[in-house]
Design a protein around this ligand. Structure first.
Ligand SMILES: [Zn+2]
Length: 318
């Protein structure tokens, strides 16, 4: 029997998702509805990060009414539960109205039973720093926000201007989980580690260009939250066969797979596991190890991680 077949119960494998954007998780049908409501047009095709940022920014303008962020959370959780996600750290970028959107999202998340949702306060490299400080301020006294993130175009927008803000966020007890090493190379990952005290790197795939950096990530146990389909759709890799996941996994880096913006990329987490399984030649124990990596990549309390580890062990035995 070939034990490298995709397990038929892969959707039931308990997983954590640590790289997904609430606004980018919008179901296509929901986005259609939101566009229709506000008479907006949102481009659905893009070939690189800048094109995608243009599309997602347009989508974001459709999500500005009360109730929209609660709906996004509800629908993400329904989809996540179907993919076996038990715990998620969801990044959100509510721009000019962080208090309303965050409050609504946290309230909606508190009603979820199948998926425990925590939030990452998303900051944007290419927006004014004042907005980033406002977002950080909005997280005060919101224990469901566990980390601060940094996204947007990397090229021309290095992390260093955000160093003081990240230092302040870390003083407040927030973790550091910036994007890096997606459309800029290893230098961007090094910058995220040095300037932002990154404890997890969102993407980070281009770290592979620098073997010393890969060794450092492995030695320090810094997780990379990798999104294969996103990388393909945005031209970060030419084909899935070229994806550096294999090299990073073989080098002992803690890698997980994630959907990033599933509403735009047409992916789901089970599909990302199948892609990883093919790239890494995973057997059943390998899939369980990948899921364990996702759990160890979270900022969840130890008791939550312990529950998830047990649930994964049960799946492996099942
Ligand atoms: Zn992302």
């Amino acid at each position: 029997m070939d034990d490298r077949r995709v397990p038929t119960d892969l959707a039931a494998l308990p997983k954590a998702e640590v790289h997904v954007h609430l606004e980018g998780s919008v179901r296509p049908a929901t986005l259609d509805e939101l566009c229709h409501r506000g008479r907006y047009v949102v481009p659905r095709t893009f070939h690189d990060l800048n094109g995608f940022i243009h599309a997602v920014s347009a989508a974001w303008t459709t999500m500005m009414q009360p109730g929209d962020y609660a709906r996004l959370v509800r629908e993400y959780c329904e989809d996540a539960a179907r993919a076996g996600i038990r715990y998620a750290e969801v990044e959100l970028v509510p721009g000019g109205r962080p208090y309303d959107c965050l409050g609504e999202a946290v309230e909606a998340a508190s009603r979820q039973r199948d998926v425990a949702v925590r939030f990452v306060a998303g900051l944007n490299r290419d927006l004014p720093l004042e907005l980033a400080w406002m977002m950080l301020e909005a997280t005060k006294g919101v224990p469901e926000v566990v980390a601060v993130g940094l996204g947007g175009a990397e090229d021309g927008f290095p992390p260093e201007p955000f160093a003081a803000l990240f230092a302040e966020a870390r003083r407040w007890g927030l973790h550091s989980a910036p994007h890096a090493g997606e459309d800029a190379g290893a230098v961007s990952v090094r910058g995220a580690l040095a300037a932002l005290g990154a404890e997890r790197i969102q993407h980070g795939v281009r770290a592979v260009e620098d073997p010393a950096l890969v060794a450092e990530l492995a030695a320090r146990g810094i997780p990379l939250a990798i999104c294969p389909t996103s990388n393909l759709r945005l031209g970060v890799v030419r084909s899935l066969d070229d994806h550096p996941l294999r090299d990073l996994w073989a080098s002992g880096v803690r890698v997980s797979v994630n959907t990033d913006d599933p509403g735009f990329f047409g992916c789901d987490l089970v599909g990302e596991y199948v892609i990883a399984g093919r790239l890494l030649g995973l057997d059943r124990a390998g899939y369980a190890r990948l899921a364990l990596n996702s759990v160890e990549s979270t900022f969840a309390p130890e008791e939550v991680k312990a529950d998830l580890r047990r649930a994964i062990a049960d799946w492996l035995d099942g």
